[in-house]
Design a protein around this ligand. Structure first.
Ligand code: ASP
Ligand code: MG
Length: 446
């Protein structure tokens, strides 16, 4: 079985949906995972926000806009009146919730139900379109098998049992559709796998079914060597190991959900990142074989806060780090980067929700300094056979940009620098030239 996931922009319009259905090979056993139509989940989140503020008119406006986007896709997609009508009534049915909560106090349960309507609608539309094209396809709603436990982790045993049972109902059928992002939590309520979670759906299913491949289709030609939003002349990386891809997914490369690598890695299933707009392009393959050596990519993560705790008590003492980390544990805030000296510890966090109480408690342990608006530049590659890598060969690339923290040595695939966000674009461009100049020259010569 192959798992093939199409995300936001690749299901962004009738044109895109037609294009992707054209790509389907009806002879290969495939389970398709679809996200909501591009932009819809953001609008649903806006709707919830507006509804909480009691902004009835704005809510109504957002609701109508969501309806209109889907209706336009339907009009452009279907040729038969019958399918068009069924699709429209599916949209109306899904959007009843929004219509109701434009005027009523929204509950936590309703919020979760609203957030997943995008995936419910997109799957219904694409399923109907495939039926209109006489494809033999079965729609298995994710709520029937995608269960999570009380830690919000996939419940693999239950997913395997339920999904296998669902699939066995359709003997002989080769094509299946399901919703990305949607799950049922341990309280048996509708829930989701967090924003961008359709990738995670695809790899969880891939793991459970021991798929031969997991394809993730987007609108970009694979993972790029640098952030195309800030750097010109980026190029796709052809091969990445699971570890390298996880680092990149976490550090800014928005194309993949950060957790989605784990299920594929555990079952050693390759992930292929492909581009719907140019399907013949090679894209990026993520697998256990990291073929080339050296530096592969640079990524950036913004919104970082650096926290430094200084205390003479730390000198020659043990247990000090534990006490610091207990504070972060208490406020469920993960630490990303970490450096220590004899009398101080510096670390970074990317979630400031509990910054104030964290500072208050850390002040009991020492003098605390905070730096906000920081960015982590992360250089990812396969440094396994490169024990003699000269850190200077990389730091030289940063020119005169002040570096506040460096993390190197914990893993063989990552070197990270903390800098002011104001210097981010310059740093990314300088490093691009410095690290990839040979590659960039060869692109220019071609
Ligand atoms: N539609 C969801 C989101 O926008 C899930 C996904 O696209 O992967 O976050
Ligand atoms: Mg995504």
């Amino acid at each position: 079985m192959r798992i093939v996931k199409f995300g936001g922009t690749s299901v962004g319009s009738a044109y895109h949906i037609k294009k992707l259905v054209n790509l389907i090979d009806v002879n290969k056993r495939t389970l398709f995972v679809f996200s909501a139509i591009g932009g819809i989940t953001n609008m649903l989140a806006d709707f919830i926000y507006q509804s909480k503020l009691g902004e009835k008119e704005i809510c109504q406006h957002t609701f109508l806009r969501i309806r209109e986007i889907h209706f336009r896709v339907i009009t452009e997609l279907f040729s038969s009146k019958n399918y068009k009508q069924i699709a429209e009534s599916k949209v109306e049915e899904s959007l009843k919730l929004l219509s109701y909560y434009s005027n009523h106090r929204i509950t936590e349960k309703a919020e979760k139900e609203i957030l997943v309507q995008g995936e419910l609608i997109s799957c219904s539309i694409i399923y109907l379109y495939m039926l209109e094209h006489e494809m033999d396809v079965a729609y298995i709603p994710a709520l029937r098998f995608m269960f999570t436990d009380k830690y919000k982790e996939p419940n693999y045993l239950k997913i395997t049992e339920k999904l296998t049972k669902e699939l066995s109902k359709y003997n002989g059928c080769k094509l299946f559709i399901t919703n990305g992002y949607i799950c049922q939590n341990y309280k048996r309520q509708t829930d989701n796998l967090n924003r961008g979670g359709s990738d995670y759906t695809a790899t969880i299913i891939g793991n459970v079914l021991r798929a031969s491949i997991i394809e993730i289709w987007t609108d970009i030609d694979g993972l790029q060597n640098n952030d195309p939003r800030y750097v010109e002349n980026t190029f796709p990386i052809r091969n990445l190991s699971y570890e390298e891809a996880s680092e990149l997914a976490y550090f800014g490369a928005k194309i993949l959900h950060p957790l989605c690598i784990i299920p594929a890695q555990r079952a050693k299933i390759p992930i292929a990142l492909k581009n719907t707009m140019s399907p013949d392009d090679q894209g990026t393959t993520i697998s256990e074989y990291a073929i080339s050596k050296g530096i592969k990519a640079i990524a950036v993560k913004d919104g970082i806060t650096a926290i430094k705790v200084k205390s003479a008590r730390m000198m020659q003492a043990y247990g000090f780090l534990r006490r610091i980390f207990e504070v972060f544990e208490k406020f469920k805030t993960p630490v990303d980067m970490l450096t220590t000296s004899e009398i101080s510890v510096a670390m970074t966090i990317d979630n400031n929700a509990y910054l104030e109480p964290i500072i208050t408690e850390l002040c009991n342990l020492g003098e605390v300094e905070i730096d906000q608006n920081q960015s982590i530049i992360c250089i990812v590659g396969n440094f396994n056979d490169n024990r003699n890598i000269s850190i200077q060969s990389i730091t030289d690339g940063l020119g005169n940009i002040p570096v506040h923290m460096i993390s190197f040595g914990a893993s063989k695939i990552n070197i990270s620098f903390l800098i002011d966000t104001t210097n981010k674009i310059e740093a990314l461009n300088l490093l691009n030239q410095h690290i990839f100049r040979h590659h960039l020259c060869s692109i220019n010569i071609q």
